[in-house]
Design a protein around this ligand. Structure first.
Ligand SMILES: Nc1ncnc2c1ncn2[C@@H]1O[C@H](COP(=O)(O)OP(=O)(O)OP(=O)(O)O)[C@@H](O)[C@H]1O
Ligand SMILES: [Mg+2]
Length: 533
């Protein structure tokens, strides 16, 4: 393991949710390492914190969620500290995620093709957005000054009109309208005459006021004009400066973005050169083809950050649709989600995650909503993509039955904690935590599909996390200390740890229940048979 590259390191992650009843302690001090090329399965009953852990990594916790502590290190960056603006560079791009219910990650009223290409086109806009963001301040300043100058002109115009009696003229117009309207409602001739006279008097008074105002109007207007001119004089000076600043910042932004783009290109070229250097004359055809495919992929990844045309996006979408096994991709491109079966929809969701070319793929119960045959097809697809693309995978499930074939590492979660973690063989052949025994014992039987032993009791309410070993209440192996003190992670081997007091040197020797032992043996024999070439 030492020579593998560490992709993701989760350290002491603690996540809570604010609720009306109090804080739900969903994830409590979770730590694990994810190495390049590994598939880490996270298993555990419903509510154990599997999804919350993965959502925290993706930066998509619900609004009431809080990361109370810990670190999520990805490429030297602590993802718990990355701000929203920079997170989009990681989320979806470096770390992709697919969910249990494909329908919830698809927009039902948008064509599949649009949903697949959307991300690529957005990525293409990234450079443009970066460019704009670099001169955002001076642009705002410039626009603000222009707005203020306009506002001053408007104020002058309005003031001048008012000085000439515009408001009074408006009153006169309103009176005339009102008079017309009222006259229509009055039948008596005398009343009408009286009304007209009353209005005529009011209007005459207003007109006289207007005439009087006209005398002083020129002075007032002159004053307003000079105020407007002096106000604008400063702003116009500022505007000249702001305009120059904007031009300067724009030019600098262009330079920066060009340099960043050049660096990205150079980095890609370096990667390609390194790949090319791997091609040796005595290599066989297949090995060479593999390197060429990697080179093509690297080129494509670079192109993706540049502006992407609709045509390019379409072609790439068709390619990735074919890659995930969608027949008639060209025709399917223009269809809506409801026109796809559940399995095909999950393939689309995987295709969307792949368009960004992620390093790490988090699969949160990607097959739970599917029936058994489709389930194994999707698992096969994930395994194939993992091999072809060199993905690192985090595979979340509550079904021990599927992990043996999928993962090389397993973390068992209970009540927001990892209670046991180890290589897949270690977890299957040498499980140490009574909860892992219970999970293994409850695996659906491959022949009868029945669960052998259901885990009795229910998981604790995470508003009030229990003291000690959270599983103690449900465990027949619980000792007094289990209710008092939280067990530390005991080392079983360099790669295998379990948090149970049973591993304490003074604890009684307890063997794995034979019924669980038997079940594991049968399951492993079956898995071996199935995976034989
Ligand atoms: N937004 C939220 N507000 C309050 N509590 C939440 C919220 N999201 C999750 N929880 C709680 O956090 C705990 C862990 O939930 P999580 O979804 O991670 O479980 P899980 O292991 O993924 O289970 P499942 O197998 O059912 O998907 C649960 O107690 C859940 O009720
Ligand atoms: Mg979940």
């Amino acid at each position: 393991m030492a020579n593998k590259e560490l992709k993701l390191k989760v350290e002491h992650l603690t996540v809570s949710f604010r609720t009306t009843q109090g804080m739900v302690r969903a994830v409590r001090d979770v730590s694990f390492d994810l190495y390049q090329g590994d598939t880490l399965a996270i298993v555990g009953e419903s509510g154990s914190g599997k999804s919350v852990t993965s959502r925290a990594i993706m930066g998509i916790l619900a609004g009431n969620g809080v990361i109370d502590g810990g670190k999520i290190m990805y490429e030297g960056l602590d993802l718990t500290k990355v701000d929203e603006e920079h997170f989009h560079e990681i989320r979806g791009k470096k770390i992709g995620m697919i969910f249990q219910d494909p329908m919830s990650s698809l927009n039902p009223i948008m064509k599949i093709g649009y949903q697949i290409t959307e991300g690529m086109i957005l990525n293409g806009k990234r450079l443009k957005n970066r460019y704009k963001s670099l001169f955002n301040r001076s642009r705002t300043r410039y626009n603000e000054l222009r707005r203020l100058i306009k506002a001053s002109d408007l104020e002058y115009k309005q003031g001048a009109a008012d000085a000439k009696g515009a408001k009074l003229q408006k009153e006169i117009d309103d009176l005339n309208v009102k008079l017309e309207k009222t006259l229509r409602e009055i039948v008596s001739k005398d009343d009408r005459a009286l009304l007209k006279q009353q209005y005529a008097e009011k209007i005459a008074a207003l007109k006289a006021q207007i005439v009087a105002m006209r005398q002083t109007a020129p002075d007032i207007i002159r004053e307003l004009k000079s105020k407007n001119v002096s106000e604008k004089a400063d702003m116009k000076k500022d505007l000249v400066v702001a305009k120059a600043d904007l031009a300067r910042d724009k030019a600098a932004a262009k330079k920066t973005v060009d340099a960043e783009w050049a660096a990205e290109k150079a980095k890609a070229q370096e990667d390609i050169d390194r790949l090319k250097a791997n091609i040796l004359p005595d290599m066989d055809k297949a090995a060479k083809a593999k390197v060429y495919a990697e080179i093509a992929e690297r080129r494509e990844a670079l192109a993706r950050t540049k502006h992407v045309t609709k045509r390019e996006a379409y072609e790439r979408a068709i390619k990735v649709m074919k890659e995930v096994g969608i027949p008639n991709a060209e025709r399917r491109f223009n269809q809506y989600p409801f026109q796809f079966s559940g399995g095909m929809r999950q393939r689309i969701v995987i295709a969307i995650a792949l368009t960004a070319d992620p390093d790490v793929l988090i699969c949160d119960e990607p097959t739970t909503a599917l029936d058994v045959t489709i389930q194994s097809q999707i698992l096969e697809l994930i395994n194939r993509l993992k091999a072809e693309r060199g993905l690192t995978v985090m595979f979340i499930t509550h079904d021990m039955g599927v992990v043996a074939n999928m993962s090389n590492r397993i973390a068992v979660m209970y009540a927001g904690k990892i209670v046991e973690i180890g290589n897949t063989d270690e977890i299957f052949y040498e499980p140490r935590h009574p909860y892992t025994w219970a999970l293994l014992g409850s695996m659906p039987d491959l022949d009868s599909k029945e669960r052998l032993i259901a885990i009795s009791g229910t998981p604790p309410n995470m508003l009030f996390p229990p003291k000690g070993d959270a599983f103690a209440e449900r465990s027949e192996y619980a000792m007094a200390i289990d209710f008092e003190e939280e067990p530390p992670m005991f080392k079983v081997s360099d790669t295998h740890y379990a948090a149970t007091w049973l591993l304490h040197p003074n604890a009684p020797q307890v063997a794995i229940p034979s019924v669980v032992q038997d079940r594991i043996q049968r399951m492993l024999a079956r898995v071996k048979e199935v995976s034989k070439p």
